[in-house]
Design a protein around this ligand. Sequence first.
Ligand SMILES: *Cc1c(COP(=O)(O)O)cnc(C)c1O
Length: 457
Amino acid sequence: MQEELRKLPAVDRLLQQPEMAQVLAAYGHTLTVTALRETLDEAREAILGGRPCPAAEALIAAARARLTSLTRPTLRPVINATGVIIHTNLGRAPLSRAARQAMVEAGTGYSNLEYDLAAGQRGSRYVHAEELLCRLTGAEAALVVNNNAGAVLLALTALARGREVIISRGQLIEIGGGFRIPEVMAQSGARLVEVGSTNRTHRRDFAAAIGPATALLLAAHRSNFQVLGFSEDVTLDELVALGRQHSLPVVNDLGSGTLLDTSAFGLAAEPTVQQSVAAGAALTTFSGDKLLGGPQAGLIVGQKPLVERLRRHPLTRALRVDKTTLAGLQATLLHYLRGEAVAEIPIWQMIAAPLDGLRARSEAWAAQLQAMGIPASTQAAHSTVGGGSLPGQTLPTVVVALEPASPDALAARLRAQEPPVIGRIEANRLLLDPRTVLPEEDAALLAAVRHAWGKAE
Ligand SMILES: *Cc1c(COP(=O)(O)O)cnc(C)c1O
């Protein structure tokens, strides 16, 4: 063993090998030395475990593999073949071409992010999306922060810290990823006053809870679950009327916050932002990357004095939105202004995708897979909108079905492809839904299935 250990070359000797010149050029001296050291440490462990000393070529190959994996970004594109349109685990909304381009431009050079070009002096980053948001939603004022969880936290902190916020027990929601209304409330320093019961809350429950310490009435959209059967909740109109009687603002956390009427697409009607504003919610908060179809952001629209209070609050600085986000958001909002949202925004294209087109695409995929010797068929299935919106609602689709001996093993091999492909398993079949696969991804998807199926050359 000692003899084998003595055979292990020094880092310097490996660095002088001719094939290392290329490696050094690609990865630089520091990282290359680190990779060689780690490779040698691993070899030393193996030798102490009774293994022979590897040859220099094997050590260099191992160091190269280490460098490749060290420098590969962990955040990578994947193909979403799950049929879940706003897939939180897969990055929510893919962006329109215009939004992507705007983000690249904002990131490429300087911009008037906080510079008033007309006055030649300091301006505010918050003006960029405000006018568009007001025009599209009918609100007096708007503010954009990092995400909707931040928007709710900011609204509660700025308006209700040290005071009481009344909410229906049926709306103490939890969204995935650790967003829970009671916990956000605790963070904001506001006191939660829950009224009613899980399934039934009445206007009189709210009325009885209003007192001198009440700061606001909160409504939270049940984005990701349904309450069926013997249930009742106070409507936004009722809440606003009650709030007016007591001079209390109503804050409405919409979550997915759509600007388009989802019922036009064969789905249940999700409350729109415009409806919330028109109903008189003092503030409405929603996400930029759910049904809006833009980059991650938290959007706040509503009454000017309240939005101003939020804007001036120190927490706003901590929740500040990035210039590339503002650029992407503005481009996304412009699609709505021009009336081209369904044509240009990927999530709306996916929601609106006609069944005939989906069937044709699935049949074309199946035919190509069959031509490769892979037994693929098509079948009717359902896509979902996802992303904490429209719970229980589905869209009819046609998927490609694969029936390998082990669907789990095939799914794992598909995830190991470049780019990884994520499908879903149902009744022992691996299903690939064309609804969420971008048109330019077809070839990569088929290549991934071919390799994963074991028909690679
Ligand atoms: C999704 C959601 C949130 C959190 O929004 P993020 O953009 O994920 O921070 C908050 N409230 C509701 C009702 C939601 O649906």
